[in-house]
Design a protein around this ligand. Structure first.
Ligand code: ZN
Ligand code: MN
Length: 265
């Protein structure tokens, strides 16, 4: 598997002419839409991390399944303390839920107009999940009124990483992935894909977010380490990142291929 994005450019519809896109659509390809966020990821990672990683996973899966890749949605729903450190950091730039929902609904409506019938939203930002679902639901309700059918899958790429791989990456102490924001997993994947965007000298001291069972509003940053990194990142490596990406992509290809194998063709 290449770690270079240019190897996957042939799937991207924004780099394609409309006539080429029209011809590719005749084969009823799966159309992938990566979704991320602009959100602080500690002092060592770029703020586009969730969008960059969602797009990288999408590119590899789309290539393997003969699919098409839409441009990434690079803004997401508001960061929450327990999953992304919250909205108090400069740079984190978020959408209202209704905005994200409408963007998804609009894109699905357009894909249906083109004749697309099988779509996968590949999510890279925890907080987006239910707003993507809402956009899908509203789009399908609208399409059904006009007699059009579309099959849509929403997935979070991290759910496909095989458990034994996760346990091997954390070596002796596997803490679970709940606080994995800008931590070992994302840092490792960024080191594998874009080492030039990772500032290892700015890597913060290992710390762990500490949260009760509830969320407080207005957000006050309680329990969030000052760096914005919610769990230890210091043992990240490019090798771990490559293993994560390859094993996760393989599982996604199998699962998503299966998801559409018995659909209306
Ligand atoms: Zn992230
Ligand atoms: Mn995020």
């Amino acid at each position: 598997m290449h770690m270079n994005e240019a190897a996957y450019a042939h799937c991207r519809i924004d780099l394609m002419s409309w006539t080429r896109y029209r011809d590719r659509l005749a084969d009823d390809p799966i159309i992938f839409v990566p979704v991320g966020a602009l959100e602080q990821h500690g002092p060592h990672l770029p703020m586009g991390c969730d969008a960059i990683l969602a797009a990288a996973m999408t590119a590899r899966v789309a290539d393997a399944l003969g699919g098409l890749q839409m441009p990434t949605l690079t803004y997401g729903y508001k960061s929450q303390a327990r999953s992304g450190g919250g909205q108090l950091f400069p740079g984190t730039t978020s959408l209202d839920g209704a905005t994200l929902t409408s963007m998804v609904q609009d894109i699905l409506r357009e894909l249906a107009r083109h004749g697309g019938r099988r779509v996968v939203l590949v999510n890279g930002h925890v907080e987006n999940q239910w707003f993507l679902t809402e956009g899908i639901d509203l789009a399908l309700r609208e399409l059904s009124l006009s007699g059009k059918a579309m099959q849509v899958v929403r997935c979070e790429y991290w759910n496909y990483t095989p458990q034994p791989v996760l346990e091997s990456l954390f070596e002796d102490t596997f803490p679970g992935v709940d606080l994995e924001h800008a931590a070992l997993l994302e840092t490792s994947m960024m080191l594998a894909l874009h080492p030039e965007l990772v500032d290892l000298e700015a890597m913060p001291e290992d710390a762990l977010g500490s949260f009760p069972g509830h969320d407080r509003y207005p957000q006050d940053g309680r329990g969030v380490p000052a760096s914005g990194v919610l769990a230890p990142a210091s043992r990240a490596s490019a090798e771990k990142g490559a293993l994560l990406i390859e094993s996760t992509v393989a599982a996604m290809v199998a699962a998503l291929g299966q998801a559409f194998s018995e659909t209306m063709r």
